[in-house]
Design a protein around this ligand. Sequence first.
Ligand code: SF4
Length: 442
Amino acid sequence: MINDHRDHANAAFQLLPALPICQTDLPLDWYQPAFRPYAEEYMALPDRLPETVLPWLDGYVRPAIDAFGDSLLLVAHYYMGGEIVKLVERYGGRVADSYELALQARRHPEKKLIVESAVHFMAEAIAILANDDQQVWITNPKAGCTMEMWAKDDMVLPIVDQLQERYGDELVVVAYMNTSGRLKALAGRTRGAVCTSSNAHQVMQWALRQGRRVLFLPDEHLGRNTARGLDVPSDEIVLLPDPRVGLARIDDRTIAGGLERLDRARVLLWGSSCGVHTIFTPEMVEWHRAQGRQVLVHPESPFDVVTAADGVGSTKYLWQRIMDAPAGTFFAVGTEGHFVRNARAQASARGVDVCHLAEVPGATQGGCGCATMSRNDPPHLAAMLDLLRRGEPPEINRVLPGDAVNERTMQRDRLDPEERATLTREARQAIERMIEIVESTP
Ligand code: SF4
């Protein structure tokens, strides 16, 4: 039976267009001036194969490791391209999901210099939990998360003011890890908590059990999937005004069903989402299932996709399901494209097949990676390490709690030390509350 399925699948695969390359080399003028010489060298390489890129990267990583020794820690997210993942693993660094990344400084106090290849909110979360003698650097400050970009504090706080005026202390903020430190601190101030996709269920359950009204930031889909998974009826879940429209008012015109519906709601959802996870449809799920594949999706996908899939869970869950599967299993996975490619490469050696959920006949977008995270390409990592070793790192690449970076202009708004200390304390409270909730749940 399994072979049957695989034959169908292989035949179907041959009909598919080649995976599009969603991220090409960045234009040279897109690099910070100090990074351009490294980008020029990279662009002059004959190809982008790991056999070519990795030795070139080694030429910068090895001298940095010689200079900083054990105090240097390289970290990357699962969504990074294969050569960065391979390199970070080779040098004893950590490739992980956002939860594990956030804990890196705290778990490794001996690491004084942490260089991150992922998006800005992940680097900031590491910095929030870091000791004063640990520095966090990001290889490209323009690597933002589009979900977080539609939930900046100046968009969210005016709405929160109105909700607090209406509901006072009844309002509790649950901030997904994909938020700035400023919003994690907001969660801390409301005696709320941070959550990740692997523990959103436990954290929202904890908040609802207090009888409080939950404002879930910033992902509409994770918030809805989690609330529905806890049996909150759909008419007790309300979507707040679309942040892309810029309606910073809560009233009968901006809330579907009006204020009366808002007052009945137990869960209020901020309306941001991830472009990488919202391309999936229930039809894609059905198509892959008809080929005999198991469908796994990330909970940032829409509700009808999650309910149609065979399994739903965090990045770590998806990785583990694939790596633990017996030979002959074929998965269609609805999440970020680099992750799927990295998983496919690892799993194929064990006889497990993996394809991207958007790889269906006629699809044009299948397999896209997170384009903003991919802004941390190999020349950014080479340049960051070399400039740190030479004592000339651009200050804009340093990450401190509370930093707000405009991903287009690279302008940074940095808090003064007193504000930063307050923000760090409040954001830590929200992260530590998450850890307490997770550790106290049997
Ligand atoms: S995949 Fe989506 S949610 Fe994750 S970092 Fe990229 S834009 Fe943000």
